[in-house]
Design a protein around this ligand. Structure first.
Ligand code: IDP
Ligand code: MG
Length: 139
């Protein structure tokens, strides 16, 4: 069984899309094994998105990600890293496939409702960023 990190971003939380996003995961045989609501500091957001620190959108992205609470979740399932990326749709909602979360709900290339880890390596690092062993519900 594979695991990945999903985040409902501040736009998804403030627009009342938490249930809608979770419904899509559960309807696609993805299990949510951990979940919380947190409000990142700018320092946290800069660390989380450190791979993008040279990109022109970094300051705007980290401001956005600290603009309100977010809902990080650990998803579990077969091939869930790729499966979640497919359900999310392309980064730019205008290029996202029909029926994907971003195509249906995103309003902007930045305000695209969800984050999802893009590889095994980033999934492990990103899960560890938000959750400790006591929050994994393994006992
Ligand atoms: P991803 O979320 O689909 O993996 P990344 O390229 O990793 O996309 O970018 C991280 C986040 O940065 C995106 O989800 C989006 O919120 C924001 N972003 C990406 N590219 C742009 C851009 O060209 N302009 C503004 N924001 C962007
Ligand atoms: Mg990414």
């Amino acid at each position: 069984m594979e695991r990945t990190l999903s985040i409902i971003k501040p736009d998804g939380v403030s627009r009342g899309l938490i249930g809608e996003v979770i419904k899509r995961f559960e309807a696609n045989d993805i299990k949510i094994i951990a979940m919380k609501m947190v409000h990142l500091t700018l320092d946290d957001a800069r660390k989380f998105y450190a791979v993008h620190k040279e990109r022109p959108f970094f300051a705007s992205l980290t401001d956005f990600m600290t603009s309100g609470p977010i809902v990080p979740m650990i998803l579990e399932g077969e091939n869930v890293i790729e499966k979640n990326r497919t359900l999310m749709g392309a980064t730019n909602y205008k290029e996202a496939a029909e029926g994907t979360i971003r195509r249906d709900f995103a309003t902007d290339i930045e305000k695209n409702v969800v984050h999802g880890s893009d590889s095994h390596e980033t999934a492990a690092v990103e899960i560890g960023f938000f959750f400790n062993q006591f929050e994994m519900n393994e006992r």
